[in-house]
Design a binder for this molecule. Structure first.
Ligand code: ATP
Length: 497
């Protein structure tokens, strides 16, 4: 019988399992605990064999990311550029897969369309949205409740340097600060040519609300989804790719009839929660954080964050907001154009309310990496530790689906292996590796989360088959070469069955 134990539960469970106390495997267990195990996977009919450790800290992930080609510091050879990161060969694939998962979840529904709006928008958009006026003053950040406020007209700050929301004195220095990156359009750099790099993708959805609705002929309730770069001149970026100044957002605005908004807000909370479970974020690492009245943005009727338990603690992963009709009303006011919706069934016009779901792609990549990382530690007879680092990514997200590993570099094997590489590459992202011992190559694939490894061996020429190893179950199947693509396709789908 296999039992998963939290380290803190060990004492009680051990004494109940081992009636004969003299048989308690005390020494190995103490050793496992001293390795920092948070969880013990043990076979209770034999002495424990394997310990699973979680990610020790962010530094371990930063190291792996660089070593294996997930994320590099931007402009590294020049000393790097603060809070900017480059996604390497594997990172770019992983990020693409995360975007694909989100995009498919959103747009393969009958009620949501996609949009790819430009980063540069008419400057009045940012007047209407409140960004121009909201972010051009001397600003102070409250490091506790995250309120950002003006230092030049806030009484509590002017009087005794306190946050007006929570009273904390844990504040940043005031800075003349514009959250938006400003640039100029055209050859003349004067005030009339100022444009901004968008600080969120959402405004593209609002200004295109009727374009999308009328061209798709969708009726309310319906949504617009987009993935794109956003830019914020953050005061306090950091924690690797958690908070950066250039990042990618995945936002969806769902337009509903006023009065139905509270129900849709709840539905979207549930939908987004289930998305994370589907892609195997552990439920215990997720929680909702509803915004209290002091945290609510001025335009929001209700808001909740989905928080993830990052190495630095639970922090926002996604925001789900009921924005009411604030944005459409503002754009009607500033553009002079109607953005009202005509409901044919009820023969009435109204300005829809908006439920927004907004998640950072980079932040989600970080969550998936943190959650997937595990170290499987086994001790041999002599008590020597062997560590298998595994990125247990959901197979849809794993950058490489199949590693092709010929048992030796001999031509008779590598020629089959390379042919197989091309055959599999027609359907999947694959990696061919013939350098180093087979054990080391398996470990390399485990560390990047490859669901299946295919070994070409000296029998292959005879039986026209290869051995396929499952990353998590460690089971092996002998599969005919001609059936391999179908086998991988079906088993990727059934990976957790
Ligand atoms: P935070 O308080 O963490 O800065 P926010 O509340 O300002 O985030 P939103 O404006 O609601 O964030 O943006 C939606 C999502 O975009 C966030 O939940 C987060 O995942 C992502 N995001 C926002 N700012 C950044 C950033 N600077 N770097 C990376 N991702 C970000």
């Amino acid at each position: 019988m296999v039992t998963r134990l939290a380290a803190s539960e060990l004492g009680a469970i051990l004494s109940s399992h081992f009636v004969d106390q003299s048989k308690l495997p005390v020494l190995p267990i103490m050793l496992y605990l001293s390795l920092g195990a948070k969880e013990l996977v043990m076979n209770t009919s034999e002495p424990p064999k394997k310990v699973v450790r979680n990610l020790p800290d962010l530094a371990a992930l930063v190291g792996l990311s660089k070593r294996r080609g997930f994320v590099f510091q931007s402009s590294e050879i020049y000393g790097g550029l603060g809070s900017c990161w480059d996604y390497g060969p594997l990172g770019s694939l992983l990020k693409l897969n995360v975007k694909k998962a989100w995009w498919n979840a959103m747009t393969r529904r009958a009620d949501i369309v996609g949009l790819d709006a430009s980063i540069l928008m008419h400057p009045t958009v940012w007047k209407a949205s409140g960004h121009v006026d909201g972010f051009t003053d001397p600003l102070v950040d409250c490091k506790d409740c995250k309120t950002r406020f003006r230092s030049d007209n806030t009484d509590s700050y002017l009087k005794d340097k306190k946050c007006p929301q929570c009273g904390s004195k844990n504040l940043s220095e005031p800075r003349l600060f514009n959250l938006m990156f400003k640039t100029h359009m055209g050859p003349v750099e004067d005030a009339g040519s100022v444009v901004y790099l968008r600080p969120e993708t959402a405004q593209g959805h609002f200004v295109n609300f009727l374009n999308c609705q009328q061209s798709s002929r969708y009726k309310i309730p319906f949504g617009i989804a987009a993935i794109g770069k956003s830019f914020r001149n953050e005061i306090t970026p950091g924690n690797f790719i958690f908070r950066t100044r250039e990042f990618e957002q995945m936002e969806m605005q769902y337009f509903v009839k006023p009065g139905t908004d509270a129900g849709f807000f709840d539905t979207w909370k549930e939908t987004r929660w289930n998305f994370y479970l589907k892609y195997k974020l552990k439920a215990e690492n997720l929680r909702f954080h509803p915004h209290g009245p002091t945290e609510l943005a001025h335009y929001a009727k209700a808001a909740v964050d989905v928080q993830y338990n990052f190495p630095m603690g639970f922090s926002e992963l996604e925001g789900i907001h009921n924005r009411g009709d604030f944005d459409l009303t503002q754009h009607m006011k500033f553009s002079g154009k109607s953005l009202e919706y005509f409901d044919e069934a009820g023969k009435e016009k109204f300005i829809p309310y908006v439920i927004e779901t907004a998640v950072g792609c980079d932040r989600l990549v970080l969550a998936f990496l943190c959650d997937a990382y595990r170290e499987e530690v086994t001790l041999d007879e002599a008590g020597k530790e062997d560590v298998r680092v595994v990125l247990g990514l959901h197979p849809d997200l794993a950058p490489i689906k199949v590693g092709i590993l010929p048992l030796s570099k001999k031509e008779e094997l590598s020629s089959v292996g390379l042919r197989l590489r091309d055959q599999l590459a027609e359907d999947f992202d694959v990696n061919y590796d013939e350098a180093a011992s087979i054990g080391k190559r398996y470990r390399r694939q485990d560390e990047i989360g490859t669901p299946f490894c295919v070994t070409v061996d000296f029998e292959t020429a005879n039986d026209q088959a290869v051995t396929v190893r499952h990353r998590d179950k460690m089971t092996q199947d002998r599969v005919n070469l001609t059936q391999l693509n179908r086998y991988v396709f079906e088993n990727l789908k059934d990976f957790y069955k």
